[in-house]
Write a protein that binds this ligand. Structure first.
Ligand SMILES: O=C(O)CCC(=O)C(=O)O
Ligand SMILES: [Fe+2]
Length: 280
């Protein structure tokens, strides 16, 4: 039986416990009433919708050395997949300029999400058993607080083409590489997670909710106490086929020199994983 993911109230007294339980069980949690401005989310989506609809984007084509910029439609394929995903996206990192026409909302949202992530990492740490916590090489929140590696990915899944390459979906099944991911509710359905029984479950959330998921780096650092769960974005049916979908995950990455486990640094781990998905 599929038990849907609960939506948790960030402001409730037991939010830290409920949040950590959800991450242990499914690798995902849905939070409502977070200190993230809904207007800012809407504004950011508007700016990037305009960007992806325009012709200017090709002038920002990504620089593979620094992984910044615009990745055209069907550039990325998930680990172990041969068909590229039906998506285009833009990678931004702190300190790098945004495309013309993108206003302050994007950086303001980045800052609000990062502050929230810092707090959520203190919850994640406090809720882990001492035997797990004591092996963290430093507090989880300081791993990311001054990091310049955190990646904001603005994603656009265009309306589906008339002919879809066999096996191609909006985002093929994958796990995130980083510590945790914060995902403001996307503009459309489609996100699914693979639950412990091997069933795909739709991640249902409302506008304004924040979805949080565990990445491989946290799974590694917590010796599997927190699970990094496989997820994907499926192609819609019916009229939604003709609609685009936007989403904007913030991938929280530690400073490169942070040791995750067994002497392995975040830098070493990230390079291994990027090679696997063909991004370096
Ligand atoms: O678009 C989404 O809802 C999720 C995207 C995702 O999982 C990713 O980019 O890693
Ligand atoms: Fe992901």
């Amino acid at each position: 039986m599929i038990v849907p993911l609960p939506t948790l109230d960030y402001q409730s007294a037991d939010a830290p416990q409920q949040f950590a339980l959800s991450l242990q069980h499914s690798g995902f949690a849905i939070l409502r009433h977070c200190p993230v401005d809904h207007e800012l989310v809407a504004h950011t989506y508007q700016d990037w919708q305009t960007f992806f609809e325009g012709d200017d984007k090709v002038h920002y084509t990504f620089d593979p050395k620094i992984q910044v910029g615009y990745y055209p439609f069907q550039t990325e394929q998930a680990k172990g997949h041969t068909t590229p995903d039906l998506k285009e996206f833009f990678h931004i990192y702190e300190g790098h300029p945004l495309p013309r026409g993108i206003g302050d909302a994007t950086w303001n949202l980045f800052d609000q999400l990062k502050q929230l992530a810092i707090e959520l990492l203190t919850w994640i740490e406090a809720q882990a058993p001492l035997s797990i916590r004591s092996d963290f090489t430093e507090p989880l929140d300081t791993m990311i607080a001054d990091s310049k590696e955190t990646l904001f990915r603005l994603l656009h899944y265009p309306p589906l083409p008339d002919t879809i390459p066999p096996g191609a979906i909006r985002a093929a099944a994958h796990e995130d590489i980083n510590l945790i991911t914060l995902l403001p509710a996307a503009t459309g359905m489609g996100l699914e997670l693979l639950d412990a029984e091997g069933q795909w479950q739709s991640v249902k959330c409302d506008r304004g909710d924040i979805v949080v998921n565990v990445g491989d780096m946290l799974q590694l650092a917590s010796q599997g106490f927190y699970r990094s769960t496989t997820h994907r974005v499926v192609n819609p049916d019916g009229p939604a086929r003709h609609q685009s979908r936007l989403s904007m995950p913030l991938f929280l990455h530690p400073r490169p020199e942070v040791v995750l486990a067994d002497g392995k640094t975040a830098r070493q781990y990230l390079q291994e994983r990027l090679r696997e998905i063909g991004l370096v």
